[in-house]
Design a protein around this ligand. Sequence first.
Ligand code: PA5
Ligand code: NI
Length: 188
Amino acid sequence: MKTEKSSSRVDVRTGKLSGEGVVSSVRTLGQTGGLFSDKAALSAADPDTVVYSVESHEATEAGTRGGLFFGTSTVKPGRVGDEYFMTKGHFHSRIECAEYYWGISGRGVLLLMDESGSCRAEEVTEGSLHYIPGGVAHRLINTGEVDLVVGACWPSDAGHDYAAIADRGFPVRLVCRDGEPFFEEAAR
Ligand code: PA5
Ligand code: NI
């Protein structure tokens, strides 16, 4: 038997993925603008501004029972008005599926909300480890001045349910007040 080299790589310092099975996507302000409350600031901003990108290693088909996906999310530093750049956020389509996140670099917040709408937040920094249980929606927010880079591993049959978040959102917004992150009640 011969030892083979894996056809994919993860740079353990930066989270950068390369090789076979790596897919990537980018989300711009034009695609995610609806997340932000300050519509005047949004219309003054360039819709091509990158808000976040995701690279994932998908060695199996989406929907495969018992499989795993592995990825790196990068949320850019920036704000729309006072509100920090963030991911859309989602529940998993298979609501019972959990996920791990870990901080690679930068500084931010992981916003978590259960199905009853109850919300909590964990600080994300280099080396912070986050277990996101099933039934819990999750959103990353960059509160720093540099990229927030976060690793993730989740079941390949978890899926992403964005509808519930688009519908009722998270109950809080993270804004910059006097130079510091501050949770504000979201007006619905
Ligand atoms: O699987 C995850 O939870 C992450 O890879 C997210 O999909 C990623 O951070 C992008 O966020 P969202 O899917 O909410 O746009
Ligand atoms: Ni997820």
